[in-house]
Design a protein around this ligand. Structure first.
Ligand code: 9YW
Length: 416
């Protein structure tokens, strides 16, 4: 018995709140969207029923228009801000009003494949939920049919305070209708968290969309933050491939054609975002019309869902090696040494096990299994040395942020 796997499973038990898993106690006391998808993949390796349950409980929060929100507030808790009273979404089960990276269908296919006989009956309703969500992405967040889906809030990227948002977020006013009453800095050292200015802008955006009545068309018109985002689109495309696979498996030919069309659109659009001089892909700021130049991990995530020409894949890997050189733990979420690089501050430098998980899959897909293996070993070593921390300082290897973190536990189980 590997003691670390045993420990990882105990973390998932401790963070269970009744069929869903909180990311960590107190700091994040509700169900988070992409966290649960990663957690479900971890469960899929040893407890299929619980894996399905995780995804089912997330879909309880799905909106009539298909969006699966970034947080489902199944039970009240006063240890997190902003809670349901701030979001004002009026959904039957309280939820936030924005979404998060669509890892869901990636997880669903893996759960289905490990479920064996009689899986279809349990997979189908989740497949339907995923399809509705993908339709929502392509209508609400790409009404002009460009193939790249747009985010209206940094929280939707899952990389809250990434330097990728610095330019676009600077245009967002710091005024808020809702008083900003942060709770996160009561749980975790403030130096490891987003800054107060960031939070004011996060809440300004929230207030703006609440005033739109959470209507997607109205939000599209009024959003002061609108980024056609490469990491989210790359995840959506991988999830789209998995969804298309399930559609064919279930004989849903019309669905499969529709999904294949979404996927083709995103594939073409993503390829156009390759920037040879930067050796990475870039997002587009839809308000300024400019590339998002900031050097972050997002530029490498297309490895996950594109079958790249060898010269592009090689260039990406060369660039990744430059970033990782001399670090104790790869892969840094911001390029070391650039002005915005802060190795301890959340998404401005640290290494995250779930980002590594996506990169490892992408490196394998694109003919770089050795680089993938190196990253896998480095992720495992970081966790075995420091425990199941939310993320790691890539220079010192120190585990940072929340401890006993669910997605780090799931990543460990999966990567072992
Ligand atoms: C927030 C739960 C979430 C993650 C995000 C991460 C952070 C903060 O924590 O979000 O208040 O939503 O940035 O990726 O899903 O682990």
């Amino acid at each position: 018995m590997n003691l670390h796997i045993d420990h990882a499973k105990r973390i998932l038990v401790a963070n269970d709140r009744g069929g869903y898993t909180v990311p960590t106690d107190r700091l994040y006391p509700f169900q988070w969207n992409w966290d649960s998808a990663f957690v479900a993949m971890g469960f899929a390796l040893y407890d299929i029923d619980r894996a399905y349950r995780e995804l089912e409980r997330l879909t309880e929060g799905q909106w009539a228009d298909g969006m699966i929100p970034h947080i489902v507030f199944h039970q009240p808790s006063d240890t997190y801000f902003p809670g349901p009273d701030v979001w004002r979404t009026k959904h039957t089960i309280p939820t936030s009003g924005i979404t998060q990276p669509p890892v869901f269908a990636i997880a669903l296919r893996k759960v289905h494949e490990r479920a064996g006989k009689h899986a279809e009956a349990r997979t189908l309703p989740l497949y339907e939920a995923a399809l509705k969500w993908h339709r929502w992405w392509y209508s609400a967040r790409d009404p002009e049919r460009t193939g790249l889906v747009a985010l209206h809030h940094p929280w939707e990227s899952g990389s809250d305070n990434s330097p990728a948002w610095d330019v676009a977020l600077a245009r967002v006013p710091t005024t808020t209708v809702t008083p900003v009453m942060r709770k996160d800095t009561g749980h975790v050292n403030a130096d490891m968290r987003p800054r107060d200015e960031d939070y004011k802008r996060f809440i300004h955006l929230l207030d703006t969309y609440a005033a739109c009545g959470w209507n997607p068309a109205k939000q599209w018109e009024e959003a002061p933050f609108k980024i056609a985002e490469i990491q989210t689109t790359a995840i959506l495309l991988k999830a789209g491939e998995d969804l298309e696979h399930l559609a064919r498996l279930f004989g849903r030919t019309e669905d499969a054609t529709e999904i294949a069309d979404f996927n083709d659109r995103s594939r073409r659009a993503m390829l156009a975002q390759w920037r040879p001089a930067l050796r990475r892909f870039v997002s587009r700021d839809l308000i300024s019309g400019e590339d998002v130049q900031a050097a972050t991990q997002a530029g490498f995530i297309p490895l996950l869902s594109l079958d790249l020409d060898k010269d592009i894949a090689d260039a990406l890997v060369t660039e990744m090696k430059t970033w990782s050189k001399g670090l104790k733990v790869a892969f840094p979420t911001t390029k070391p040494g650039v002005g915005s690089w802060e190795p301890k501050r959340y998404w401005r430098g640290p290494a995250w096990a779930i980002i590594n998980w996506l990169l490892i899959d992408g490196l394998q897909r694109n003919g770089h299994p050795d680089a993938g293996e190196e990253l896998r070993m480095s992720t495992i070593a970081a966790i075995e040395t420091e425990g199941f921390a939310e993320y790691f300082d890539p220079v010192t290897g120190e585990g940072c942020g929340g401890l006993g973190f669910s997605w780090t536990a799931a990543a460990y189980i999966w990567l072992m």
